[in-house]
Design a protein around this ligand. Sequence first.
Ligand SMILES: [Zn+2]
Length: 453
Amino acid sequence: MIRVIHAYRFALAPTPIQDAALRSHCGAQRFAFNWGLDQVRANLAQRDAERSYGVPDQQLTPSVSWSAYHLRKSWNQTKAMVAPWWAENSKEAYASGLSNLAAALGNWRDSRSGTRRGSAIRFPRFRGKRSRLSCRFTTGAFGLVDTDRRHVRLPRIGAVRTHESTRTLARHVDRGTSRIRSATITHQRGRWFVSFSVEVDRGDPAPRRPNAVVGVDLGVKSLAVLSSGEVIANPKHLEVAQRELRRLQRQASRRQGPDRRTRQVPSARWRKAQARIARVHTAVANARRDGLHQLTTRLVRTYGTIVIEDLNVAGMLRNRRLARRIAGVGMGELRRQIDYKTGWAGSRVHVADRWYPSSRTCSGCGVVKAKLRLSERMFHCEHCSLVLDRDLNAARNLAQLVSEVTAGMSSPSCGATGHEPDGNPGQTRIARAAGTATGRPTRSTPRRKATAA
Ligand SMILES: [Zn+2]
């Protein structure tokens, strides 16, 4: 049994009165966020001004605490004045806005001081009327409705009907293997959603073949190719949705879009076309994610070790011609799903080194080709005259990595990378080692990573 946090998301079908209440709560959240931000900014400006007059540091106006706790405390002291209508909404709405603000301020501070990695974070800005509607409840009466599996309960708003059955979550609740920690309502593309953050005790069965290794290569034509030779087709709806997407994009291009230079406002028909495009984009993404979920669940339930590539997804997306293909099959999403699902079932994931030439290596004899064009769908080996589907060849190479690593390293850790290219990876070379009992080439010595990650 391991404890994990799952999100359960349901589309809601609120009554008009409930819809108004949901909007009111999201508005209250935004109000509290903006109120807190105003306090913080006024305080910073005041201190800056005092400093510019030469006021010594000890005599400056004390700084306002940026913690959610203190922001909430000062909100409670002033809410009767600044928002006499505050009682219309659950207090959670205001707390949610203030905790979002505290997180945003903290991120900015950490980003500025260099303790937070990633790109620089801007100072929080006021939330406008058109900002995304959302509100989080962490205490109070929220959860499922016991009597049926078609409603969720939210504080102040009451039981709201869901579009789909809440069965999956209800089963966990009935068994007592879950605890709902928070509920977040959001409004997206004209529809309300609730997302429950749930602590779940999972007891997944061990993989059926604990000693088996599988290499997964994401295909261009198909969703994925396994080293076992199995080809996983793309989800059926994907092709249809992509065709529809192309049609809508042509349609939108004939309509009057916005132009910043001439200050042309977009036409209503252009906006409508964009809304339709956004809807199809969501459908495409959903179909893709669903296909990947089915694949990754099956993989972790079957194989003890799964080997995937560590692709530099961000770098690849910059290459526009390749970008569509990579983004089209969700490379990062596969990695993400396998990473967390292997934890449940007790299987392991091995991530090949970023520079490991899985496509250019011959899975039969280990010769690495200098180059292999993306258009070459078949792998032809000049050395051992092996002819194999390109993706299958790559998948087999990945699977072989683990047997190599386990042969060379005493304790391969999860996600360890045992491969670094020798010198120039573009040069054709022959693997030095002889074949093992399985007839696969193996390396006699383990390679350590030459560069620190
Ligand atoms: Zn070969």
